[in-house]
Ligand binder design. Structure first.
Ligand code: UN1
Length: 482
């Protein structure tokens, strides 16, 4: 029986967990169970469903430290960040549990007398979640909370690079007493996700991953007319105008570009900056970035995330090398951090001075690499500088998260409206999206297909509309005729 061995990427000698890969017979049994459980779960009143989820949230809260530690080990992100991720589950559940009383529909006005028209939202059926390794606990919760509260069941297929947190997440839900088969987990690589997505039992597919995987699975979903939610890559930028608070910019870029080792979909990978102020800011960034590791020992410090795998580490290094060959200038970093002990997969926080159009300014790196593009502001108004910066920012295939630093409210608001992305920040970094309510997560262009997660719009994925017309006139009323 093939096995998944889950290593700690910060200490590759440590095995965090082992999992059997689900066989096709096991997957078939899960799919059938999911359909059966849907019959029970979907007819339960939503406020009652919320009670189960509130119980689960009490367990998440109680076990926050234990779950954070497991996540810290399997993904390698600093414990503080892992705690933030478990907190994200708690926040998402808090929000959607309240929605158990608020999955609103609408009422309208009939064109005929004594007739009422209303539209309600109902669950769709079993869902399959295919998730990535960078947020192995929070992202499953973004999908599961709205899916469950709306009355759907699910099977989670976590990334084989970080499967433990997804399994623990589903375990907690079951411990909270969910009916058997409502929440399940399947283990394996891409083919397991594909098998589940293809099944006739599956009515919803939600994926967080690469554009290539998203395109492939979306094709499968489309052929089966299944609802499909995609949350794919990003090439996020921060624009910095000359009047920005420089300390704030340095702190924001440092966190945006190097938090989680640059392995967030929302990570800052491009800095578009007025040349008049780039010197001191790059100097600040260089000094701060150096604190993430010991240059002599080539070892990472405790507050810095490793790269998830050797394959990713080599890919990142390859992209940096290619950028240098294309004419980029190395400001700092550009090396694999290894003192010879091969303990973990760390990459030095890297800054490259680039020109817009180079490959590194267009393609997602998913690592701690910042491509800087300077705008010469000599004889230009700040408005003209902003125009140039926005043209560069928007000239990529992705549209997840962008930000701008300026104290000028007019220019700031202009940018907020003109960025082509689902998330936009003013005087804040591109990472750290909040959850719930009006805070929706998702992107434009190749980042997705318009679906949104973690906020109230997630119900677009997990419910279908039903319009009900009630004629109490006791006569035949013909629409559009009488
Ligand atoms: C992701 O990278 O896919 O906005 C999720 C953030 C986090 C979630 C990122 N709350 O940075």
């Amino acid at each position: 029986m093939p096995k998944i061995i889950n290593y700690n990427p910060a200490n590759i000698k440590e095995i965090v967990s082992e999992h059997e890969v689900s066989t096709s017979q096991e997957l078939d049994a899960m799919l059938e169970k999911s359909t059966k459980a849907f019959k029970i779960w979907s007819v339960m009143p939503a406020p009652k469903r919320a009670q189960y989820l509130m119980k689960a949230n009490a367990i998440f809260t109680e076990r926050k430290e234990e779950l954070s530690l497991a996540l810290h080990k399997e993904n390698g992100k600093p414990l503080e960040e892992a705690r933030g991720e478990i907190q994200e589950i708690i926040d998402v559940f808090d929000f959607f549990n309240g929605e158990g009383r608020a999955i609103y529909g609408m009422t309208g006005q009939s064109e005929m007398p004594d007739k009422a028209i209303m539209t309600i939202r109902q669950p769709i059926g079993p869902a399959v979640f295919i998730t990535a390794w960078n947020f192995p606990a929070a992202v499953p919760s973004w999908k599961a909370a709205p899916a469950l509260i709306a009355g759907n069941t699910f099977i989670l297929k976590p990334s084989e690079l970080a499967p433990l947190s997804g399994k623990l997440f589903v375990d907690v839900l079951n411990e909270a007493g969910l009916p058997d088969g409502v929440a399940q987990v399947a283990m394996g690589a891409g083919e397991v996700g594909e098998y589940l997505a293809k099944s006739d039992h599956t009515k919803i597919v939600s994926i967080t991953g690469s554009v290539a995987v998203g395109r492939h699975v979306a094709g499968i979903a489309a052929a089966g007319f299944k609802k499909c939610a995609l949350e794919l890559g990003g090439k996020n930028s921060t624009i910095v105008l000359a009047d920005a608070n420089q300390e704030l910019v340095a702190d924001g870029i440092l966190w945006g570009a190097y938090g989680t080792g640059g392995q967030r979909c929302t990570s800052t990978s491009r800095l578009i900056i007025d040349k008049a102020i780039s010197g001191p800011i790059l100097e600040k960034l260089k000094t701060q970035a150096a604190k993430f590791y010991d240059k002599d020992k080539k070892q990472s410090a405790i507050n810095y995330a490793p790269i998830i795998s050797l394959k990713q580490l080599n890919k990142i290094h390859g992209m940096v090398q290619a950028a240098l060959a294309e004419g980029a200038e190395l400001v700092c970093g550009g090396e694999i951090l290894d003192d010879g002990s091969h303990q973990g997969y760390f990459y030095a926080p890297t800054i490259l001075k680039t020109k817009h159009g180079m490959k590194i300014t267009k393609e997602e790196v998913f690592g701690p690499v910042l491509a800087v593009m300077e705008i010469d502001s000599t004889n230009k108004t700040q408005e003209e500088v902003l125009e140039e910066a926005l043209a560069i920012s928007n000239d990529v295939d992705y549209g997840l998260s962008n930000s701008i630093y300026t104290k000028d409210v007019n220019l700031g608001m202009k940018a907020v409206h003109r960025f082509e992305s689902g998330l936009v920040y003013l005087n804040a970094p591109t990472i750290g999206a909040e959850c719930g309510g009006a805070s929706l997560f998702g992107g434009w262009k190749n980042t997705g297909n318009g679906s949104r997660e973690s906020g109230v719009a997630a119900f677009e994925t997990y419910t279908q509309y039903k319009t009900i017309a009630i004629d109490y006139s006791d006569s035949l009323q013909r629409a559009q005729i009488d």
